[in-house]
Design a protein around this ligand. Structure first.
Ligand code: ATP
Ligand SMILES: Nc1ccn([C@H]2C[C@H](O)[C@@H](COP(=O)(O)O)O2)c(=O)n1
Length: 226
């Protein structure tokens, strides 16, 4: 592969392992685009909730899956997400969406729609792209140049999240993370999973900077091999 060929990096892993922070920094450092696929699943969930769709009814979700227009920005310095022209970057992080996103994202019609969107965004990235999520290496971009699977202990992940949500109860945060991971890992269609050819990085005892440096080195090694 020539060095001008776009480089495609897939970063997967459970919640709170550092996918977004790492992917944004790596993309910014290497001049690549960035795609947060979790934000897309959150955006479609937000639309379902806002439009009164019963998120406990997979057939109602499936029937509505094609309706919202979801646009994702790919600048790692200012990732953007809109639904039908509305900026939903804030609302998609609210607890109501977080508690429903696993159910909505398990519906096959939702996954087909969002996967098509993700592939088309990745295909149009000129210098390359870092795409983060749960099924990027296994399903969305199985031919990615580099696949990373981030992990961390539930305790470390809960501590990181509790630091973000000031005053949040550590035990409750840990339980919520573990519950969402279990739902995401056990769904039938493209569950959260490590691709066989992914490099696993346990971030439990690493600083964010160490994880970023590790991934940048892996991308540079891939590029040098071309
Ligand atoms: N190695 C690390 N050490 C300490 N804190 C970290 C590390 N990596 C990420 N963090 C912090 O943990 C929090 C969660 O990170 P981030 O949002 O990147 O995880 P994520 O895997 O994308 O989570 P989710 O899948 O839930 O969106 C952030 O506050 C981030 O700054
Ligand atoms: N490729 C992906 C990305 C995300 N999801 C689902 C499952 C997650 O719980 C949810 C929110 O993701 P987050 O913002 O926490 O990264 O979206 C998925 O199914 N596949």
């Amino acid at each position: 592969m020539e060095s001008s060929t776009p480089v495609i990096v897939a970063i997967d892993g459970p919640s709170g392992t550092g996918k977004s922070s790492t992917s944004k920094a790596v993309a910014a450092q290497l001049g690549l685009s960035y795609l947060d696929t979790g934000a897309q699943y959150r955006a479609i969930t937000w639309w379902m909730v806002t439009n009164g769709i019963d998120t406990a009814d997979p057939s109602a979700i499936a029937a509505a899956a094609g309706k919202p227009e979801i646009l994702s920005g790919t600048d790692p310095e200012k990732p953007a997400i809109t639904v039908d022209g509305f900026d939903v970057a804030g609302p998609i992080r609210e607890q109501d969406v977080t508690s429903k996103v696993s159910a909505v994202s398990a519906v096959p019609e939702v996954r087909t729609r969002i996967t098509e969107l993700q592939r088309s965004i990745a295909a149009s990235a000129v210098t390359g792209i870092v795409v983060e999520g749960r099924d990027i290496g296994t399903t969305v971009l199985p031919d990615a140049d580099l696949k990373i699977f981030l992990t961390a202990s539930p305790e470390a992940r809960a501590a990181r999240r509790s630091g973000e949500l000031k005053g949040a109860d550590l035990h409750a945060t840990r339980e919520a993370l573990v519950k969402r991971d279990a739902a995401d890992s056990s769904r039938k269609t493209s569950p959260l999973a490590k691709a066989d050819d992914a490099v696993e990085v346990d971030t439990t005892d690493l600083t964010l900077q160490q994880v970023i440096e590790c991934v940048v080195t892996l991308v540079e090694e891939k590029r040098a091999d071309r």
